[in-house]
Write a new protein. Structure first.
Length: 254
């Protein structure tokens, strides 16, 4: 079991960070010398699918049973035991694999901050939730790993995008341009080039009278659209037409 001799009493429970490069914080044991990234993936899978069997886990992760057992042992030692002497990854004597309830993720934390969803969230809650975003979800997943998590990754990206747009709208409505910029910039870490976020950002700079930045952003989004052979969404086209209505520097819209 993990060595907890250097852990202070009431130390935080382990937390898996998913909203950016994948990391494990507050583990009570030492990181394994090999297969650490696989252990992180196993931890994420169990958080996503608690109570599943070893067979289901093996098929989902596309690994042999021997590999699965070895990595589970490594993860068990890495997570360690809590202050009450209970393992964070108990042996699955019942045939069902679960983590101790104390093991959480930043994705869990994000949902705790938004119990009623984005539409009912306060400005403060949205700020705290966006602070959890460090980059694209599962940003450093190795090739061949986390293939089972594509739907989960998309769910994270969409929610972060919606948070950024909502907070931007709140900030703009009371004239806080700095907060509006921060909201879109933070969300764009997870959803680069997202049309809704780019539209919100362009609208913010337009309202701020920052015509040079509007032009820069307009050129950027039109070039991206042309490079992939698609049209800009109507709301962005309308916004750009409004922004450049009285200028002589309007870019060619895709």
């Amino acid at each position: 079991m993990g060595d907890t001799s250097n852990c202070p009493a009431n130390a935080p429970d382990p937390q898996l960070l998913l909203l950016g490069p994948v990391e494990l914080k507050h583990a009570r044991g030492n990181a394994p010398s090999r297969a650490a990234k696989q252990c992180l993936e196993y931890c994420g899978w169990i958080l996503r699918y608690p109570g599943q069997t070893a067979t289901t886990m093996m098929r989902s992760l596309l690994v042999a049973e021997g590999t699965r057992r070895s990595n589970m042992s490594r993860l068990r030692l890495w997570l360690g035991i809590n202050d009450q002497g209970l393992p964070y990854l108990p042996e699955a004597y019942t045939g069902r694999i679960k983590l101790h309830p104390g093991v959480t993720s930043d994705w869990d934390r994000l949902h705790m901050l938004l119990p009623g969803g984005v539409k009912r969230a306060s400005e403060r809650s949205l700020v705290e939730a966006l602070k959890l975003v460090r980059g694209a979800p599962l940003a450093d997943a190795a090739p061949g790993q986390w293939h089972w998590a594509e739907e989960w990754r998309h769910e994270m990206i969409v929610l972060i995008r919606d948070m950024g747009v909502a907070l931007c709208d709140m900030a703009v409505s009371r004239g806080d341009i700095d907060l509006a910029r921060w909201a879109t910039s933070r969300a764009l870490l997870a959803a680069p080039e997202d049309d809704k976020l780019m539209t919100a950002r362009i609208r913010t700079e337009h309202l701020a009278g920052n015509h040079l930045e509007v032009e820069r952003l307009a050129l950027h989004v039109t070039r991206i659209a042309r490079s992939v052979g698609r049209d800009l969404p109507d709301d962005m086209v309308n916004l750009l037409q409004e922004a450049f209505e009285y200028t002589d520097t309007a870019p060619v819209l895709a």
